[in-house]
Design a protein around this ligand. Sequence first.
Ligand SMILES: [Mn+2]
Length: 332
Amino acid sequence: MTIANASYQEVFELLHNQTESLLIICHINPDGDAVGAALAVAQLCDQWGRPCVLVNDDEIPDRYVFLPGAQRFVRTADVITTFTHAVAVDCADDRRMGRAEHLIAPGGQLINIDHHETNNQFGTINLVQAEASATCLVLYRMMLANQLPMYHDLALLLYTGIVFDTGGFHYNNTTPEIHLAAADLLSYDIEPFLVADRVLEAMTREQIELVRLGLSTLTVHPSGLIAYVAIDQEILKASGAGDGDVEVLLPYPRTLIGVEVGLLFRERADGSIKVSFRSREIVDVAAIALLFGGGGHVRAAGCELDGPLDAAVKIVMKEVEDAVKQAYSNHA
Ligand SMILES: [Mn+2]
């Protein structure tokens, strides 16, 4: 059975009316929306007495350990069984599940709950809402439609995902609906500063050091419209920060006045290059990321390339230049 546009009721029933253990997957290198949504599904399973296993290839970043249930995540490599029932949250495509994908038994049921424009409907059941600001909002809508009870821990998880994916209600995906959802969730005794601090602002000494060293690589295109930072393993080691910490540099290139596309290049330990794109108001960076087999949203996207770092910068910058030129000529 494959369902392209599952209803809230179908998804609820598939999650609720089953006693098989549910494998809960969120994307590799998980963010606040992914962790919040995965743990929210686990909360629902707990309520309904359905066993579940939360899995990720990567360690859950320290900033999310305050979330209820965060310690329940197990590393994919430590799981030896397979599952006939799985749910993937906040994964734009099947590759975003990482090796966790292989824990799904052949012919198993996979519910894909997501909000990425580029989602390729990889599930056997798909609830994908590209206009939703966060996967946690999709879950909130699903709960509302099925009149499921809300309570503090669940509200904290959904609120966290919403705060993360709207950049603390900064981005253009900050809709009236999401403010209403946030208002409702806050009424369950959520401390907004606690969430904003842990999820968006607080940094370790190593992360601050990484910002200091990383910004020394800031390069601005002669047009002033594109800027990037490029972090190699040497800078990462010098800062004392870990691979997952590099995200702290993400906001800076686009922050520069006049910059339309800001990029963060990072060299991983295995030599591969991860590229993160942010745009201000015109350029569709998801389209650029797609050229390299990646994906994401119009204003925030990512992809991966082979190293070395300077070659990857060159190849990607060429496409960004073209996209910026194109966008401004259409825009004029
Ligand atoms: Mn998301």
